[in-house]
Design a protein around this ligand. Structure first.
Ligand code: PRX
Length: 678
């Protein structure tokens, strides 16, 4: 492809329907983006390419020639207490083991080696609080706090293999907590702060956590929401939790149970500040992270040490082309999701980067807070989700326009398909047309980015995640026979093990095999996404094929939401589906049948049920739309046909209803849904 930024005549189409968010844009900008939507691809800007770590596409061939040698080379970027003997043990698929015989420590790799190399004074995080407070936390400070907290954990009887829960807002202590666990080999189980205490309890129960690290209160949009108190109401039912460490995040007090609960600040004040990092087996569990699957029970994704760290370090370095001496990197996710684990904590720290950490959301205290922060810290790399970009588009280009964003040199997107117009807007308005965009596809299970442009090499197409990274093998296969498709749509699969892959589902080995390796055998990982390969062999990820919905990049299962709705005493039955939504990608739409003779519960009950879901799972899971249904469409064997509900919700012609027990149900619902919409 020639030099210059744009290559015309797109035939590839969009990964997802363009939302109409473009409407309402300033008309000149809208016109310009409209013209650009004809452009097929954008070459890496010359200036970027000239300074990029990788600008030669031969890296793909090199990795393909000998993938194991390639991964060994990437693993060498870490500091190993003992080198591995076997790169990959594939004798018992799908239970793969990497870097066997090797020993290392995650916290040592993130902290000690930078401090030992004289980089202790480097800022690890420019932390910014919701109220405008600022805290620069250096590598040396993290190193010190991590050792102290590790000693506190040890004093409380926590040792290698014991699970520690973490339920914290976006404060530097969340990093301290994760690395303190890693230092002593205690797998952490972080629960996103937006999940309800019920969800925390469930995740602590499933993992038999021995301790929990949390806060007295969390600040949210100017208010301080109690956290410890509601946790207390539930955690008593989880006998494995013998210790709760409470960070005093606001001046408020918190209920403390004698013998079980300790204040973080008191505990670290009186503890030794030296705790050598324990060299652990490469396959020692580093963390569990619960995520939604097709059933109501979340899956405990288990990642281990050597392989995961290799992948996190490698992808951070090359996808974001990081230069630790000059970059200020900002991944605007939450640490509670896998993006935060890999690209706020492990990847950036392994690379010795300086990051920005923002406590709040994108719209408080103002809708230009992100741009104020990017300007303030001169962020060079920004990594966020399409849902945020679409919100910014709606709020208008003049908000980022008020700030100097000229420090930015690279932009990233993650979590859901990005519609080409949002991509183009991001490139123009935020990136000033000089920043390459990396649309990164991956999952909690994959541990790190798998399909993505390389910013100094790839000519990027708006809406496409482009190609598997060097070392990664992905294919799109035919749904019926599993045969690879050269061009067209099918199921996305990964056809070769990779170091950062999940090792199992915590305590559910059968479910691990069934979910990912049953359909096409133990050597082909079923992703659960549909994708399309275009004529050039580039990947366009379309979305989930299972009952998982993706709301603003938050992954949840329809079954999880249904079971929360049904636990309301007045509900008899519920069916939840994902409906296309121009702001959030997908939104939850729930069809609800009530106990007794009434089928219409009215507005008050609707609000009550939505709140009920908020309490059971978390506010983000509340159905955007709730439809009262006298009955649900079921097959003769009683299975709810969600496909038909999706047809109604999307306003499509309803598909085949001949297998329904009572076809009239659909007529009622169609009428009802039309009424709801009006
Ligand atoms: O459907 C894909 C979508 O998000 C799913 C993974 O969700 P989760 O495990 O929560 O991890 C999110 C952050 C990595 C995938 O199966 N997804 C993620 N990134 C993209 C995407 N869909 C399209 N394009 C992406 N870049």
């Amino acid at each position: 492809m020639t030099d210059g930024t744009a290559n015309e005549t797109r035939d590839s189409g969009a990964a997802s329907e363009d939302g109409s968010a473009i409407e309402g844009l300033e008309s000149d900008l809208a016109r310009e983006l409209e013209q650009q939507s004809e452009i097929e691809s954008f070459d890496p800007p010359e200036q970027f390419k000239a300074a990029a770590i990788w600008s030669d596409p031969s890296v793909y061939e090199e990795a393909e020639r000998d993938p194991l040698a390639w991964w060994e080379c990437q693993a060498e970027a870490l500091d190993w207490a003992q080198r591995w003997e076997t790169v990959l043990d594939d004798s018992n698929p799908p239970f793969y083991k990497w870097f066997l015989g090797g020993r290392l420590n995650a916290s040592y790799n993130c902290l000690d080696r930078h401090v030992e190399a004289g980089r202790g004074d480097r800022v690890a995080y420019h932390w910014r609080g919701e109220g405008g407070e600022e805290r620069d936390v250096t590598y040396a400070e993290l190193h010190c706090d991590v050792q102290k907290l590790a000693n506190v954990l040890k004093d409380r009887g926590i040792s290698a293999g014991d699970v520690v829960g973490i339920y914290l807002p976006m404060i530097p202590e969340v990093v301290v907590a994760m690395l303190a666990c890693a230092r002593i080999g205690a797998p952490h189980n972080v629960v996103f702060g937006g999940f309800s205490p019920e969800s925390v309890k469930e995740r602590m129960e499933f993992s038999e956590a021995k301790a929990l690290i949390t806060v007295n209160r969390a600040r949210r949009k100017g208010k301080a929401a109690p956290i410890k108190e509601p946790i207390d109401d539930l955690i008593g039912d989880v006998p494995s939790v013998e210790t709760i460490i409470v960070i005093r995040n606001t001046d408020d007090d918190a209920p403390m149970t004698e013998g079980r609960d300790i204040w973080y600040h008191e505990a670290i004040a009186s503890v030794d500040d030296e705790c050598p990092a324990e060299p652990l087996d490469a396959e020692h569990p580093l963390f569990i992270l619960y995520t939604s699957g097709s059933t109501a029970k979340p899956k405990g994704i288990l990642h281990t040490t050597g392989g995961y760290l290799t992948g996190a370090a490698y992808t951070t370095k090359h996808v974001f082309d990081v230069k630790p001496d000059s970059d200020t990197y900002w991944c605007a996710a939450d640490v509670g999701w896998v993006t935060g684990h890999s690209y706020i904590v492990y990847g950036p720290l392994l690379n010795g980067l300086t990051s920005v950490m923002w406590e709040g959301g994108p719209d408080y205290p103002s809708k230009d807070i992100w741009w104020e922060i990017a300007e303030r810290y001169k962020a060079t790399i920004l990594y966020t989700a399409p849902t945020a970009i679409r919100a910014f588009m709606k709020w208008g280009a003049d908000l980022p326009g008020k700030h100097d964003l000229s420090s930015l040199r690279l932009l990233g997107s993650v979590g859901e398909p990005i519609n080409p117009k949002a991509w183009l807007w991001y490139r123009k308005v935020i990136g000033g047309e000089r920043c390459p965009i990396v649309d990164t596809w991956w999952q909690t299970e994959t541990g790190h980015i798998m399909i993505s442009p390389l910013p100094g090499i790839t000519s990027t197409k708006p809406g496409s995640a482009m190609r598997p990274l060097p070392g990664i093998a992905a294919e799109v296969v035919d749904e019926r026979d599993g045969k690879p498709i050269e061009e067209g749509q099918g199921l996305l699969v990964l056809t070769r093990p990779w170091p950062g892959m999940l090792r199992t589902l915590y305590r559910e080995e059968e479910r691990f095999k069934e979910t990912y390796f049953e359909r096409f055998g133990s050597e082909t990982y079923l992703v659960g996404d549909a994708a399309r390969l275009d004529k050039d062999g580039d990947f366009w990820v379309i979305g989930r094929i299972d009952d998982v919905i993706n709301v603003s990049g938050h992954r949840m299962s329809t079954a999880e939401i249904e079971s929360a709705i049904v636990s309301h005493p007045r509900v008899a039955e519920a069916a939840a589906i994902g409906q296309n939504d121009e702001d959030t990608g997908q939104a939850v739409c729930a069809f609800v049948t009530l106990e007794g003779a009434t089928s219409d519960g009215g507005d008050e009950l609707m609000t009550e049920i939505r709140e009920h879901v908020g309490t059971r799972i978390g506010k983000f899971a509340r159905p955007k739309r709730l439809v009262w249904a006298a009955d649900l469409p079921k097959t003769r064997s009683g299975k709810i046909m969600r496909r038909l509900l999706r047809d109604i919700a999307e306003g499509r012609e309803v598909g085949d209803v001949t297998t329904l027990r009572d076809p009239d149900v659909m007529k009622d619902l169609e009428q009802k849904f039309g009424g709801e919409e009006a």
